[in-house]
Ligand binder design. Structure first.
Ligand SMILES: [Zn+2]
Ligand SMILES: [Zn+2]
Length: 214
């Protein structure tokens, strides 16, 4: 599996193109906007987009989902249904933040804990990680030791919880109970900023390091 990051929107959100190298099939995770840039990156990679995957319902992660899914004629999978109230607000939010015209949509498939998503020969496990938003999910490739975690965890930080239905203790529990068990060796792509590993964050992250447990 190969990953290409394209920071999109004024929030520099890490849209990821994940590619099954055996089949050339790809999924686009969190296309928040700048759909033309994402399409030209896909063209340069010479891959076929199978589906659009979403970690959560925030504008900078799914503002371009409908336009991109329509362009390729593919389905949108995710996030968890608890984020429907965020997706419903997309058109209003995109006006407010000057993002152009994000379209509302209903995902073809809501995801939940224990689900998996496929593209080509690759499978990613789905974990429900509420806290930043109530319907946030993360994607984990066990074979590639790689997780796409949206705004749950960042290098040196964690997601904001001051939004409607955000919850700090839920978020910390999501990181400790869902992410850490996947393994210290797992590299993760956060929604914003540089990649890191779970092991490094367990040692150093001021919000969720193991020593903060004491
Ligand atoms: Zn977010
Ligand atoms: Zn974000």
């Amino acid at each position: 599996m190969k990953v290409t990051l394209i920071p999109v929107t004024p929030f520099q959100q890490n849209c990821s193109i994940v590619v099954c190298e055996t089949t050339g099939r790809a999924a686009v995770v969190d296309p928040g906007g700048e759909v033309e840039r994402i399409i030209s990156a896909v063209e340069q990679l010479h891959v076929t987009v199978d589906k659009v995957l979403l970690t959560h319902g925030h504008l900078d992660h799914c503002g371009g989902a409908k336009a991109l899914a329509d362009h390729y004629g593919v389905e949108i999978h995710g996030p968890h249904a608890e984020d429907a109230f965020w997706i419903d607000q997309l058109p209003a939010q995109s006006k407010r933040f000057g993002f152009g015209d994000a379209q509302a949509f209903t995902p073809d498939r809501w995801l939940q804990e224990g689900d998996s998503v496929q593209f080509g020969d690759e499978t990613m496990e789905v974990y429900h990680c509420p806290g930043h938003t109530p319907g946030h999910v993360i994607f984990f490739s066990r074979a590639n030791r790689l997780a796409l975690v949206g705004d749950v965890l960042f290098a040196g930080s964690i997601g904001r919880t001051d939004f409607p239905r955000g919850d700090h203790s839920d978020l910390v529990r999501s990181v400790r109970d869902k992410l850490w068990p996947l393994g210290d060796d797992v590299t993760f792509v956060p929604g914003h900023g540089p990649t890191s590993t779970f092991g490094h964050e367990r040692r150093t992250n001021p919000f969720v390091a193991d020593r903060m447990n004491a």
